[in-house]
Design a protein around this ligand. Structure first.
Ligand SMILES: *[C@@H]1O[C@H](CO)[C@@H](O)[C@H](O)[C@H]1NC(C)=O
Ligand SMILES: *[C@@H]1O[C@H](CO)[C@@H](O)[C@H](O)[C@H]1NC(C)=O
Ligand SMILES: *[C@@H]1O[C@H](CO)[C@@H](O)[C@H](O)[C@H]1NC(C)=O
Ligand SMILES: *[C@@H]1O[C@H](CO)[C@@H](O)[C@H](O)[C@H]1NC(C)=O
Ligand SMILES: *[C@@H]1O[C@H](CO)[C@@H](O)[C@H](O)[C@H]1NC(C)=O
Ligand SMILES: *[C@@H]1O[C@H](CO)[C@@H](O)[C@H](O)[C@H]1NC(C)=O
Ligand SMILES: *[C@@H]1O[C@H](CO)[C@@H](O)[C@H](O)[C@H]1NC(C)=O
Length: 681
């Protein structure tokens, strides 16, 4: 009796200490056909597991011969585990290396339902991201796939249901006294690396180091992760790897696993291992080859491979582009230009081709069909934005006038990036000429007046010369561009609605540039021809005075001019750089300033129409209707009377929008102070 009960008690204690589900195994370069199940291209060569060789588009998988329990009996709590393995990924001579391997828990053996290349033999197109696939893996990936948000072409990631890793890091090791120095380790240089993957208390740690080196204290990845819903009660555990157009060998030299012994990794033998590093001196080992094949290829025998790859990519791109075209786009087809052409025209959107930054994107210079062009790249939030945008663009494309920058066409990349192609303007934007040049280089009086007149003609065409009224919405010095003969042309017309990442303007949203926005626009958000006139008025004033509408530490340009006018000192506002030269008359300066102030008047009824403005610039001529001539002569009187009528309140309570007013009334979150500093010119 007694011995029997003692025995039972002993059994129970044993069971508690070593749960029946616990499993340990250690393979030290002794893989054979009985201790490993292999599928696809996986082979055992010299007791080493070789998952893939140089066969393209192949998959190799290998598992512990039976399913292993991953949960405690009658519980959903996953068992802890600790596994360690030594791997080697080696490139082949004259071949580009790819794609990677993973340590995995899988519900099924075999390779059915797995895809090669970027899917690593782990997932396929349809089950990637599906929580019902019950797949968990740790990937060692040497290709940067944008579709999975890969961080680099040499990374380790934790994959739960999906190749889009929940956590990832560049492959490497933390070293130094306080583990503060990160050293990248190149996964596919043929070196043998030891990896530890530990899972306990809903936390997973992944650590790697060159085989033979001491295990670092700080894990490469440490992430909280509840595997309870992911793992089934029993799973296959092992490895999978894949090649695609790119090939490399994926080898596992040793492997240990335990549910209870977290020191099981120490059982791996790390000495006297075979080396798969390609012999020294091979160009294929050089950083240049691995980092930038496209750069190094010319010197290398593998040149042919690269050309083939480029050709393949082009073909794929072409196909992709074709697929991307949707029915509604055909309506706008005549203006569309292929993305490859655009890409080539800007040398791949290289930074050296950037000629400016607009509110809605970078502007590049390029060559298309032997003509110089300017390209604006705009990011849109969604497809609807794109569609409305194109409707707008297709009508803007029909606007042709010598004082508008010609829109040559458009292109797009995927669904979110739109590219507008404009004529190239040799002399850049007006603000550079007015605000950023010294005396000898700045524009003279005649040039300035001609530019203002050109701009006015451009606005007249937009407002009245077209079947429907087109509002510019963002008239300012940086949107007035100068062609090679110094003719001014308006750019970016009609686009302000798309400002700030393509958010379509809701009527209550304030869109425009601080300093150029009419008070009623700030209040109501409603743009009109009068708000365009207001902006134009500000443009006139800044061109004459050589001062931006809002400058730090100075009064608002308009307030300042009103005060000068009150004191009869309006002429002193003229740009200092012009005063030295004698090409202007006081009357002309005064007239221009009066016109600007009238256009920028807070009362919309006082502002002239653009037709009247153009008349003022043209000056009195034969056949002018008396009324319009009167307008020109009487600018001063008109101003004087309106100033009285509107009971203009100078100083801080002026009716011109202040930063605060703009902030308060703006529902557009992107119109921040920095926007104003950048654009408020
Ligand atoms: C395979 O290796 C295991 C050790 O992991 C050993 O016990 C077994 O005998 C080997 N089988 C063959 C066929 O070599
Ligand atoms: C590569 O593996 C395939 C099996 O996937 C095999 O048929 C082929 O012979 C192997 N090639 C070499 C060079 O070992
Ligand atoms: C688990 O549940 C089954 C019945 O569902 C029961 O027979 C078995 O004894 C339970 N095992 C443990 C360890 O509780
Ligand atoms: C993807 O894999 C799943 C199994 O995980 C399978 O049911 C499905 O048919 C596979 N799809 C393709 C396209 O191979
Ligand atoms: C993972 O690493 C963290 C920090 O180094 C450590 O606190 C934790 O115990 C580790 N967990 C496992 C399962 O190794
Ligand atoms: C893990 O998730 C399961 C449900 O999927 C939940 O029951 C369990 O409490 C979770 N465990 C932890 C430690 O959060
Ligand atoms: C855990 O594994 C290590 C390495 O094989 C071994 O030295 C140690 O004795 C094991 N610990 C237990 C409790 O089995």
């Amino acid at each position: 009796m007694l011995p029997q009960s003692t025995f039972l008690w002993f059994l129970t204690v044993l069971q508690l200490l070593f749960p029946i589900s616990s499993l340990d195994f250690i393979f030290n370069t002794n893989f054979n056909s009985t201790n490993l199940q292999r599928y696809g291209s996986a082979r055992i060569e010299n007791s080493i597991l070789s998952l893939t060789n140089d066969t393209t588009f192949s998959i190799g998988r290998a598992f512990y011969p039976s399913k292993i329990p991953t949960k405690r009996p009658n519980s959903s709590t996953p068992l802890p585990f600790s596994t360690s393995f030594i791997f080697s990924i080696a490139p082949y001579r004259h071949r580009l290396p790819g794609h990677g391997f993973a340590f995995v828990f899988l519900p099924f053996a075999g390779i059915a339902g797995a895809s090669s290349s970027q899917h690593l033999g782990l997932f396929n197109l349809t089950n990637d991201g599906d929580p019902n696939n019950h797949i968990f893996g740790v990937e060692f990936d040497v290709f940067k796939n944008q579709e999975f948000n890969d961080i680099s072409d040499n990374h380790v990631g934790i994959d739960v249901y999906s190749l889009t890793s929940i956590a990832s890091n560049v492959a490497g090791v933390w070293t130094g006294k306080d583990d503060e120095k990160f050293k990248e380790l190149k996964l596919n240089n043929g070196e043998n690396y030891q990896v530890w993957i530990d899972y306990k208390d809903s936390r997973i740690n992944v650590t790697m180091v060159k085989a033979g080196a001491k295990r670092p204290n700080r894990p490469l990845i440490s992430e909280f992760l509840n595997l309870s819903g992911v793992l089934l009660d029993e799973m296959y555990v092992g490895f999978c790897a894949a090649t695609g157009q790119l090939v490399e060998s994926h080898k596992i030299l040793a492997w240990s696993f335990s549910n209870s012994n977290f020191s099981i990794g120490e059982a791996l033998v790390t000495t006297n291992l075979p080396s798969f590093v390609l012999p020294k001196g091979s160009v294929f080992q050089s950083k240049g080859f691995i980092a930038g094949v496209s750069v190094g290829c010319v010197l290398i025998i593998g040149c042919g491979v690269v050309i083939y790859l480029i050709w393949l990519r082009k073909k794929r791109k072409k196909r992709k582009e074709k697929e991307e075209t949707e029915d509604w786009e055909l309506e706008y087809w005549p203006h569309r230009i292929g993305f490859q052409e655009i890409y080539a025209a800007t040398k791949g959107f290289s930074e050296e081709n950037v000629i400016g930054f607009g509110g809605n994107g970078k502007v590049y210079k390029g060559h298309l069909l032997g003509v110089e062009i300017a390209l604006k790249r705009i990011c849109l939030d969604n497809e609807n934005g794109m569609r409305e945008f194109l409707a707008e663009v297709s009508s803007l494309g029909r606007l042709k006038h010598r004082n508008l920058v010609g829109l040559r066409g458009w292109g797009k990349k995927e669904k979110e990036s739109l590219i507008l192609i404009y004529d190239y303007m040799e002399n850049g934007s007006l603000d550079k000429w007015i605000f950023e040049r010294d005396e000898s280089m700045t524009l003279n009086w005649e040039q300035r007046i001609k530019i203002l007149k050109d701009a006015a003609c451009g606005i007249l065409y937009l407002h009245e010369g077209w079947e429907s009224k087109v509002l510019h919405r963002d008239i300012k010095a940086s949107n007035v561009l100068l062609d090679k003969d110094m003719n001014a042309r308006l750019g970016d017309f009609g686009l302000a609605r798309m400002h700030h990442r393509g958010q379509l303007a809701v009527t209550t949203q304030v869109i425009g540039t601080a300093g150029y926005m009419a008070p009623e626009l700030v209040k109501t958000g409603r743009a009109s021809t009068q708000t365009d006139i207001f902006s134009f008025g500000i443009l006139v004033l800044e061109v004459v005075c050589g001062r931006r509408p809002i400058e730090e530490g100075k009064p608002n340009l308009v307030d300042w001019l009103w005060r000068l006018m009150e004191r009869g000192e309006l002429l002193s506002a003229l740009d200092e750089r012009l005063k030295a030269k004698d090409s202007y008359t006081d009357e002309e300066v005064e007239r221009a300033l009066h016109l600007g102030l009238l256009c920028a008047h807070p009362d919309t009824n006082v502002r002239p129409t653009i037709r009247q403005v153009v008349k003022v610039f043209e000056g009195p001529s034969e056949g002018t209707e008396p009324e319009e001539e009167g307008m020109h002569v009487n600018l001063r009187e008109t101003l004087a009377t309106t100033a009285m009528r509107s009971n203009w309140n100078f100083g801080g309570n002026g009716r011109y929008p202040t930063f605060d007013a703009i902030h308060k009334n703006s529902s557009s979150p992107s119109l921040t102070t920095s926007d104003i500093i950048v654009e408020g010119r």
